[in-house]
Design a protein around this ligand. Structure first.
Ligand SMILES: Nc1ncnc2c1ncn2[C@@H]1O[C@H](COP(=O)(O)OP(=O)(O)OP(=O)(O)O)[C@@H](O)[C@H]1O
Ligand code: SF4
Ligand SMILES: [Mg+2]
Length: 383
């Protein structure tokens, strides 16, 4: 494989190492399942929640051709340009599964997640929840939908009001949705603190600045769970945490998913973390999904050259096969100046003439590849 340069790769590699170590250690210590660091340990797909749907069941969430474009000025006094934050993303998420969404900074992961949570209005496309287009929902059904879909932010410090004690932070969603009387709400708050491992003490009286990063993220997760949602969008939920604390939060998320039958869209730029958490993975590049596969398939046989580069950066001991490291040249181009044809052609070691002229489409990689999808001209021979 050709070697090309990418400035951020060494950092990513070192971080991936540390996370893999911590995950392995945490799994051994807690009995909740170690990170798969060799070919023998079970994959997350095998230890899937009992609530997980079978592939033929209708998905809980369907995202169809979702786009988010911004009009931005190109420099001081410059002409307006279109920034393509998300550019035609289609994904289906099954009940009880974790779909991982990975890609470099700025590729549109959070924008996709925020549109799925209805925190951000799409420019185009639609979102179906239990088969219903969420855009058409009004009144009670809209309110019900808001309860069913919750978003957990990367930085709980920024998303939790520092002036409210923990008990009030957890009670607030119930108050907004007028659920229960004071006593019932207090009972639910205490129950939730127990569930996230912070019960039986004085945590309810504390303020966020009196908590550790891990405790704060537990509260962020607890707050999202107060309304008993079905679908959680977890946007880099452990990126702001120390490596040793990351594994505790990831294991908590797995336990909660198994116990409550939750469905997750798990956003991360960290391939080790996303591997540990996901059943399937969608890889994004410049606003588009370029590959979609079961976790094991994606790590053992990445098809898209971008995925190959990402996977090759995972430390060798965490992969079944030794694969030569592919270091991508340059940074991801700006979303307001997306390259023509295949947006990856400026960094792709395999780019050929067609790649510069024609955009590939996300489609089955081969006739019998099942649900596996890839967007690359190298695999379009059989179509
Ligand atoms: N309100 C906005 N106005 C203009 N551009 C925006 C806005 N929000 C996001 N963008 C741009 O949209 C693109 C996608 O951003 P997004 O936050 O979804 O990326 P991301 O994949 O979540 O990145 P990160 O890993 O850094 O969180 C980026 O180019 C970003 O600069
Ligand atoms: S379409 Fe061409 S440039 Fe794009 S990933 Fe495939 S080979 Fe590389
Ligand atoms: Mg983001």
């Amino acid at each position: 494989m050709p070697q090309v340069e990418c400035a951020s790769d060494a950092r990513a590699g070192a971080r991936a190492d540390a996370v893999a170590d911590a995950l392995a250690a945490a799994g051994a210590g807690t009995g909740t399942g170690a990170a798969r660091t060799d070919g023998d340990a079970p994959s997350s797909a095998e230890s899937r929640s009992p609530f997980a749907e079978k592939p033929q069941d209708p998905p809980l969430v369907e995202i169809e051709g979702l786009t988010k474009h911004y009009r931005t000025a190109a420099g001081f006094g410059g002409a307006k340009r279109t920034l393509r934050a998300v550019d035609g993303v289609s994904l289906a998420i099954r009940r009880g599964e974790t779909l991982g969404l990975v890609g470099e900074s700025g590729c549109g992961k959070s924008t996709t997640g925020q549109m799925a949570a209805r925190l951000l209005a799409p420019t185009g496309g639609r979102i179906l929840f239990r088969g219903t287009d969420v855009a058409g929902l009004r009144g009670r059904s809209s309110k019900e939908l808001r309860r069913s879909i919750q978003y957990v932010f990367q930085d709980p410090y920024a998303s939790l009001n520092p002036r409210l004690p923990v008990s009030r932070l957890l009670e607030e969603p119930l108050l907004i949705h007028r659920i229960g009387d004071k006593r019932e709400r207090a009972r639910r708050v205490e129950e939730m603190l127990e569930r996230i491992g912070l019960g039986g003490g004085t945590f309810g009286n504390r303020y966020t600045h009196e908590l550790s990063g891990g405790q704060r993220q537990r509260i962020g997760i607890a707050r999202a769970l107060m309304l008993e949602p079905e679908f959680l969008i977890l946007d880099e939920p452990v990126s702001a945490l120390d490596v040793s604390v990351q594994s505790q939060i990831l294991n908590l998320l797995k336990e909660l998913q198994a116990r409550l039958g939750l469905t997750y869209l798990f956003i991360s730029h960290d391939l080790n973390v996303v591997h540990y958490m996901s059943d399937r993975i969608a890889v994004m590049y410049l606003g588009k999904v370029v590959e979609l596969a079961e976790v094991r398939e994606l790590y053992e046989k990445p098809l898209h050259p971008y995925t190959q580069a990402l996977v090759s950066a995972i430390p060798a001991e965490n992969r079944r096969e030794r694969r030569e490291r592919i270091v991508l040249k340059g940074d991801i181009p700006s979303a307001s100046a997306v390259p023509s044809g295949c947006a990856f052609h400026t960094r792709c070691p395999f780019a050929f003439d067609r790649c510069r002229a024609e955009a590939p489409v996300l489609r089955p990689a081969a006739p019998h590849e099942g649900e596996r999808r890839v967007s690359c001209h190298l695999y379009s021979g059989h179509h």
